[in-house]
Design a protein around this ligand. Structure first.
Ligand code: WTA
Length: 628
């Protein structure tokens, strides 16, 4: 047992109040949550409640004075391409698509796969699925035919919505041909709708394929469609997370609990105001995109900015232009984006261009205080830059600073959000005292928890009677702020001292010439394991032995002797997943001298990075041993 649990009745009371305030149920729930991790094997949120997620995101706003408000502003990769959907327009298009889906025989419980670039039709499709009770699975448009096919098969998709192609960093990416090869191998998908985006010539298979826009404008398609009343526990969507292993695993999210979490965390963390423009830069293929570009902000009646393709293409100036053009107020992004912007410091905008920014939040990896502090000063007055913790299985944010301008939250992900009961425990599940480094546990069910965590009581054995083990390592301060130290799977054990990757990497990133860093553990005869680190220098700093020597003294100041890396290697770029996370599992192999057996690389954004790192390691010119 993980020590004394938070007060269960007060947590329940909190969620009941949130549900009363935020949800509009077609059938009111009888109990906000049934079950906990200790006494029952299953958990159920909003027992016997019924509702519809699309109604929350669209219909509700048609009668509240927001009917003609911009729900969605889309900025295409080309500057002149901007489209705006008011809530009324969104309603009509969602209903039309829902009717097209029904016409094609799709209904409650049928899975619809979405393989689209970041275009407004992607949001419309998610909401149309939600409207008719068909769970969606969004597959990131950068995935290959094989990855798409395995997802289609795994969730037994009945329909696919794709595009002729997409624009990404100035290039036209074909999507339909990729979808075709995936569909060839999986014939259960009976219909495929194609959005026209790039005007590439595509093959249309008669009887299966049709154009999205022609279907929507057909004479028999009405712009009204009754929403299905869904049980709170019915699935809303499936997502695949690669977790620490690199093998995609399905995560299912339900309707009522998930929506409650999306709405309440979005309100709590971003404090959306009626005329805010909210820009979350994550692709809609990830949980952040689902919860903070669609279900959260639209459910609250906000205005969402959707940006096609890479936000830093053709350069950082583009990112600032988008902020200035739409006067973005709240920005949700990732440390890699902040660091890339910082790296391109030459192209900084005048402070006035950023004067609309009220809050910048980061997610996905630790954001180093140096980069956060840099961003905070850009607008000519302090803008809070906060770090938030989110996970696919969690459905949304679980940790964020209590107030955006708490200076002591720098370097932390803040405190558990209200209604979340977290703890740091040791290997045997005992609560650690303040400051202790251990497993990050969520001790009581929360509404955004994946359905698997509710139904079977586990995903890969991660739920015990102590709670849900997030797989992360953390430390807690006396004010209940949490510092995320890295993944448990990446833990480095030096002479019995357990080290998370994050602190070593933060020390490396504190050097002005370094823009990316990754630390891994390698076998060491004396100490069990030793630290080996990869660093990417700024583009205008050559990755030389001299730089590494300089880093060595920089680290000696910042880290204790046990933590000092025994090896440092320059890396022009690091192996990352398509969602931008460093894959330390592969770096561990390279650092240990292995040059093969890397396993499934389908989640990697650019597998060619591995060959470069191996060659660099062999050449040994940009690598040093610290001879400790
Ligand atoms: C990590 C991404 C440090 C963590 C939204 C978590 C973080 C995993 C942070 C989930 C943060 C997320 N600081 N690490 N602020 N936010 N993580 O499912 O290891 O792709 O378990 O969701 O990202 O990754 P996922």
């Amino acid at each position: 047992m993980a020590g004394e649990k938070g007060t269960l009745p007060s947590l329940r009371q909190y969620w009941a109040t949130q549900a009363n305030e935020l949800l509009h149920c077609s059938r009111r729930w009888e109990q906000v949550v049934r079950g906990d991790f200790t006494t029952t094997p299953t958990v159920e949120w909003l027992v016997n409640g019924e509702l519809n997620a699309a109604v929350h995101c669209v219909d509700r706003h048609l009668t509240t004075g927001r009917r003609n408000k911009a729900a969605l502003i889309w900025q295409g990769e080309r500057d002149h391409e901007v489209r705006v959907y008011t809530y009324q327009m969104l309603f009509s298009e969602v209903c039309r698509l829902a009717n097209v889906m029904k016409k094609k025989g799709i209904g409650r419980g049928d899975c619809v796969a979405i393989y689209l670039p970041m275009v407004p039709e992607l949001v419309v499709t998610m909401l149309a699925c939600a409207r008719i009770g068909a769970p969606h699975t969004v597959v990131f448009s950068g995935f290959s035919a094989a990855s798409l096919q395995s997802r289609l098969e795994d969730c037994r998709a009945r329909m696919l919505i794709t595009a002729d192609g997409g624009l990404r960093a100035g290039r036209s990416i074909p999507l339909k041909p990729t979808a075709d090869s995936a569909l060839e191998e999986f014939a259960e998908v009976g219909s495929c709708l194609v959005v026209r985006r790039t005007d590439q010539k595509v093959e249309m298979v008669p009887g299966r394929d049709s154009w999205y826009h022609s279907e929507l404008s057909a004479a028999d398609i009405s712009s009204d469609c009754e929403a299905e009343s869904m049980a709170a526990g019915d699935p809303l969507f499936f997502l695949y997370t690669s977790g620490a292993t690199g093998l995609p695993k399905q995560v299912r999210h339900g309707t009522g609990g998930y929506l409650l979490h999306a709405l309440s965390s979005c309100r709590q963390v971003f404090r959306l105001e009626e005329d805010d423009i909210f820009w979350s830069t994550a692709d809609l293929g990830w949980i952040t995109g689902h919860t903070y570009s669609v279900y959260g902000p639209l459910g609250l009646g906000g205005t969402v900015l959707l940006h096609e393709g890479v936000p830093l293409y053709p350069g950082a100036a583009r990112f600032w232009q988008v902020v200035e053009k739409f006067r973005v107020n709240k920005l949700y992004t990732a440390p890699a984006v902040i660091r890339a912007l910082r790296r391109a410091e030459g192209a900084l905008p005048p402070p006035a261009a950023l004067s609309s920014l009220r809050l910048v939040a980061s997610v996905g990896e630790p954001v180093d205080p140096g980069s956060a502090g840099w961003f905070a000063g850009l607008a000519g007055r302090p803008v809070p830059v906060i770090d938030t913790w989110c996970q696919t299985e969690a459905g949304g944010i679980l940790f964020a600073p209590r107030t955006p301008d708490d200076p002591a939250s720098s370097g932390t992900v803040g405190t558990p959000l209200p209604g979340i009961d977290a703890a740091v425990v040791d290997e045997s599940g005992h609560l650690l005292p303040t400051g202790g480094c251990g497993r990050l546990l969520i001790r009581h069910p929360w509404p955004g928890m994946a359905l698997q965590l509710q139904e079977e009581g586990e995903i890969g054995g991660v739920v015990t009677d102590g709670g849900y083990d997030t797989g992360d390592l953390a430390r807690r301060d006396e004010e209940n702020r949490y510092v995320i130290l890295g993944r448990q799977a990446d833990l480095i054990n030096v002479a019995g001292q357990q080290l998370g990757t994050a602190e070593i990497e933060a020390a490396l990133l504190a050097h002005p010439s370094i823009i990316e860093a990754a630390a891994v553990g390698i076998a060491d005869t004396e100490r069990g394991q030793a630290v080996y680190a990869f660093v990417t220098p700024r583009h205008d700093v050559p990755g030389t032995r001299r730089l590494l020597e300089e880093l060595r003294s920089h680290l000696a100041d910042k880290l204790g002797p046990a933590v000092l890396p025994v090896g440092l290697q320059c890396a022009p770029s690091l192996p990352k997943t398509k969602s931008g996370k460093i894959v330390r599992r592969l770096l561990r192999k390279i650092a240990s001298g292995e040059d093969g057996g890397f396993g499934d690389l389908s989640a990697l954004a650019d597998p060619s990075v591995l060959a470069v790192l191996l060659a660099e390691k062999r050449r040994g010119e940009t690598k040093i041993h610290l001879n400790l």
